[in-house]
Design a binder for this molecule. Structure first.
Ligand SMILES: *Cc1c(COP(=O)(O)O)cnc(C)c1O
Length: 379
């Protein structure tokens, strides 16, 4: 029997608890577990960095939602990324990253992993030939986000999976923007899916977390070894909050998409907007690829202000219902200026973003209220 997405979100890893029948997986707020005899832990649990039932429930659920063989949860998206890079790469290896990667991913690769001996090339991941040209004989990982942050570029996951296989590299897909409800990279040939569960998976802007899901159980074992050895795990309460969010992922994503589609269409015809970046718009260069590999087009919309940088900043400052804040993927709508906020650290690098850009994380409020707020903010 195979279950649908929403059923898995609510039930995978979440059997009623054995002793009490608690319908919701309890928060096992403990650091250690009693053993019946030396070397005989009761249920395989010894110490909570190595294993915790609340975390296990989340991991099992995420693996099911991504169609992977194993899920691993971490303290943050970047903790997951660091554990992944230092599991699958050795000093001297090379990775290809998107030329508009999430700023924290860029910083981790360029400022931290580089000192540890990893080299990297930034490539336009919406262009398979550009990615091919960036590959060297030391390339171990092709890292893509799709859609990307904040320009919503779209990578062809199946094509890049084929390219990675040809070159003995692994394809890693940061699926944070799409969430497993909209896109399942493992089914398209990716080796590893990365999440900042802080965003859509958690969905309520109340917890930071990360996750990895893998197709190959052998790689899953290696990553689990490093999860314990490096220790960047999430706590039981954070795992519980994330799992509470996951149960409604499908219904939330549908409303995020409904609202984002209306807002993208509205901005598209607004005289104070120069350009809208939303993969759901037919003229978006990644529209066809997105339509092929995504269920819908997501809740993130970026646009360029016709009045340039100052106008973009003013729009952000004038918004009321759209809260001016970094991050994304929560039920509430957020607005930000990537050039001066989330992507300020990319200034002067190949990842610099346009100064007139505004990024919206469209929430699940009443769409008319969101449109009215944008109307007054655009002035
Ligand atoms: C936020 C984010 C990350 C990093 O996750 P944290 O939970 O903040 O560490 C990675 N990738 C993308 C696309 C993100 O939006």
């Amino acid at each position: 029997m195979t279950y649908g997405f929403e059923t898995l979100a609510i039930h995978a890893g979440q059997e009623p608890e054995g002793r009490t029948g608690a319908v919701v997986p309890p928060i096992f707020q403990t650091s250690t577990y009693a053993q019946d005899a030396v070397g005989a832990p009761r249920q395989g649990y010894e110490y909570a960095r190595s294993g915790n039932p609340t975390r296990d429930a989340l991991q099992e659920c995420l693996a099911a939602l991504e169609g992977g063989r194993r899920g691993l949860a971490f303290a943050s998206g970047l903790a997951a990324e660091d554990t992944l890079l230092r599991t699958v790469c050795r000093p001297g290896d090379h990775v290809v990253i998107p030329d508009d990667a999430y700023g924290g991913t860029f910083r981790l690769v360029a400022k931290v992993a580089e000192r540890w001996g990893l080299s990297w090339t930034a490539a336009r991941i919406s262009d398979v030939d550009a990615v091919r040209a960036a590959i060297t004989d030391r390339t171990k990982v092709i890292w893509v986000e799709t859609p990307t942050n904040p320009l919503l570029n779209v990578a062809d996951i199946a094509a890049l999976a084929g390219l990675a296989r040809e070159h003995g590299a692994r394809l890693v897909v940061d699926n944070t923007f799409a969430s497993p409800y909209l896109q399942q990279p493992i089914g398209l040939g990716a080796d590893v899916v990365v999440h900042s569960t802080t965003k859509y998976v958690g969905g309520h802007s109340d917890v930071v977390g990360g996750a990895l899901v893998v197709a190959d159980p052998g790689l899953g074992d290696e990553l689990a070894y490093h999860q314990n050895a490096m220790g960047a795990v999430n706590g039981p309460f954070d795992a519980w909050l994330t799992l509470r969010g996951v149960r409604t992922l499908g219904v939330r994503m549908d409303r995020h998409c409904d609202n984002a589609e209306r807002i993208a269409a509205y901005l598209h015809s607004h005289p104070k907007v120069k350009r809208v970046y939303y993969p759901g718009l037919p003229e978006h260069p990644g529209h066809e690829t997105a339509a092929k590999q995504m269920r819908r087009f997501g809740g993130m919309v970026s646009f360029s202000a016709a009045g340039g940088e100052e106008s973009a900043v003013e729009i952000c400052n004038r918004a009321r219902l759209f809260v001016l804040a970094e991050s994304l993927g929560g039920v509430e709508s957020l607005i930000e200026h990537p050039g001066r906020m989330t992507h300020a650290s990319a200034a002067g690098s190949p990842l610099e973003v346009p100064a007139d850009l505004v990024r919206l994380s469209v929430g699940i409020e009443t769409a008319d209220d969101l449109l009215a707020d944008l109307e007054q903010a655009l002035g």
